[in-house]
Design a protein around this ligand. Structure first.
Ligand code: MSP
Length: 506
């Protein structure tokens, strides 16, 4: 074991059913969790649901349900989506759990006793949809800059967190840890925001009841974002299992969307500093998906249902598409044409074709057996070098969650292997009874085996088929990246022709 590794997704609001955005963040975190397991880390992967707040209280009221009933119903949808998508989380948290209430109450009281939370008055705009205060200067034509809905004017007694006090320490943190926030342009945004000066933030609300009451001021509820962020501690045993907490905190990565970066990169580290706890190691903010060029919204009726996409195109095809289509961190556009093009191009024509060519040749030319290689030529050395370079490039990019680039290395390797087949023409070597044949097939088989391992975090099911097609019997899930990255000969079961792994779609 290489040590602990802790990764999280945001916890999702359960006022509505999950959509492609939720699937995106969760799949992205899952890819990293699987990759790190492959590398030998003890991975704790947390996801969950954000169940308190006005938005949920209102949604429930409109359906004549108690908020908890709504949460219970929606929870099922989220859980079945994660199961369908092959999400390998090891922890799950609901903010309505008792263990979480204890953590949030403790943190709030502790910060109050310390003088970091104080009583004041808030007057301004509040967007109930985003559960967020909106400053006058951020309004867009009087609307919330994030969801473009009309915010509400509120004036109320409120508890404030002394965020202003933590500005200098946050700047220090940012200064010393250039990789604290990825991608880099998001890091720069946060730095300028902090440099411009931080104001104290309101951390309590009145006027509704669905939330955790402020322990020492019952008419106030703890602000839902304060409540939500602490899930990252509760989920990993804070105040419950100190040993586990010590092992996994600070978290390695919070994977989030760009819309919730300030909460994670500014408020959250400041809360932790106030409690004397370490800030997370890294935050990755990804971009948003539009649908056929338009913002996804209920009113436009273009919300992409991840259940449907997964059923239509296949789970792994969907996972792959999301990670391969746009550089992780930038915005992307979802369309049928785009997903078809990926499936037919990368998966069917390139990868699928390579696999079926290689296994068919091993079956036909060597009766399904892998043979020891003979003497190597320059081409073989060049191929192996190319494989090594791709693996190194992949590794470097994966460490920064640059999935798009990591996959570029994988597909460079697919092309290199296809080209090697064309150049070496194993069918000709076979016809001529040439002694190079076993070497060429050995190289191709090894290249494919390595490819399969590199693709496993992205397509956990399809790669299992590839693994078996290569005659490998050990479970792919427990493969080790360090052992699999180089060429070697192992005993395989008979290798036989297979049906198309990625059927072409029209
Ligand atoms: N509950 C808060 C998070 C609290 S974390 C302590 C929340 N929940 S959410 O359900 O609204 O959204 C969660 C995630 O979905 C965010 O990372 C957000 O960026 C992502 N997405 C929502 N719509 C999206 C797209 N259209 N495209 C990509 N991701 C999007 O915020």
């Amino acid at each position: 074991m290489k040590g602990p590794f802790y990764i999280t997704t945001p916890i999702y609001y359960i006022n509505d059913v999950p959509h492609i955005g939720h699937a995106y963040t969760t799949i992205a975190a899952d890819v990293m969790a699987r990759y790190k397991r492959l590398c030998g880390y003890e991975v704790f992967f947390l996801t969950g649901t954000d169940e308190h707040g006005l938005k949920i209280e209102r949604a429930a009221a409109s359906m004549n349900l108690h908020p908890k009933e709504l949460a219970d119903r929606m929870l099922e949808r989220f859980l079945s989506l994660w199961e369908l998508l092959g999400i390998s989380n090891t922890g799950f948290i609901r903010t309505t759990e008792e263990r979480h209430r204890r953590v949030v109450e403790y943190a709030f009281s502790r910060m109050y006793e310390k003088g970091d939370i104080y009583l004041g008055e808030y007057e301004g705009w509040y967007c109930p949809f985003c559960e967020s205060y909106v400053t006058e200067r951020d309004l867009l034509d009087g609307r919330c800059p994030d969801c473009l809905r009309e915010p509400e004017r509120v004036r109320e007694e409120s508890l404030f967190f002394r965020l202003s006090k933590y500005g200098p320490r946050l700047l220090d943190l940012l200064e010393n840890r250039k990789d604290f926030i990825l991608p880099d342009f998001r890091y720069n945004e946060v730095v300028s925001f902090v440099r411009a000066g931080l104001r104290d933030i309101s951390v309590s609300r009145t006027g509704f009841t669905w939330g955790i009451p402020v322990p020492f001021k019952g008419s106030h509820l703890i602000y839902v974002w304060f409540d939500a962020l602490f899930n990252y501690l509760t989920g990993v045993g804070f105040m419950e299992d100190e040993q586990m907490f010590k092992r996994f905190w600070p978290c390695n990565w919070h994977v989030i969307g760009k819309d919730i970066l300030r909460f994670h990169a500014i408020f959250w580290p400041a809360f932790l500093m106030s409690l004397g706890l370490e800030p997370p190691q890294g935050i990755f903010a990804h971009g948003w998906w539009t649908v056929e060029g338009r913002k996804m919204s209920k009113s436009l009726g273009n919300v992409v249902d991840p259940f449907e996409v997964a059923k239509t195109y296949g789970v792994d095809e969907f996972r792959f598409f999301l990670m391969r289509e746009v550089p992780f961190g930038l915005d992307g556009d979802f369309s049928k044409e785009a997903i078809f093009a990926r499936i037919n191009g990368d998966l069917a024509n390139n990868l699928g074709n390579l696999l079926s060519r290689v296994v068919t040749m091993i079956q036909r030319f060597q009766r399904g057996r892998l043979m020891p290689p003979g003497p190597r030529s320059g081409e073989d050395e060049r191929l192996e070098e190319e494989v090594t370079n791709c693996v190194r490039g992949y590794e470097r990019e994966m460490e920064r969650l640059s999935y798009y680039r990591a996959l570029q290395y994988v597909f460079d390797l697919v092309s290199a292997l296809n080209k090697y087949i064309d150049e070496e023409a194993p069918w000709r070597l076979f016809r001529e009874g040439h002694r190079r044949l076993p070497t060429v097939l050995y190289n191709l088989w090894n290249g494919l085996r390595i490819l399969t391992v590199l693709l496993f975090p992205f397509m956990p099911e399809k790669t299992k088929h590839m693994w078996r097609a290569l005659g490998l019997q050990s479970p792919l899930e427990s493969a080790s990246f360090d052992e699999e990255r180089s060429f070697h000969l192992i005993e395989t079961s008979p290798i036989a022709k297979i049906g198309p792994l990625f059927p072409r779609r029209d």
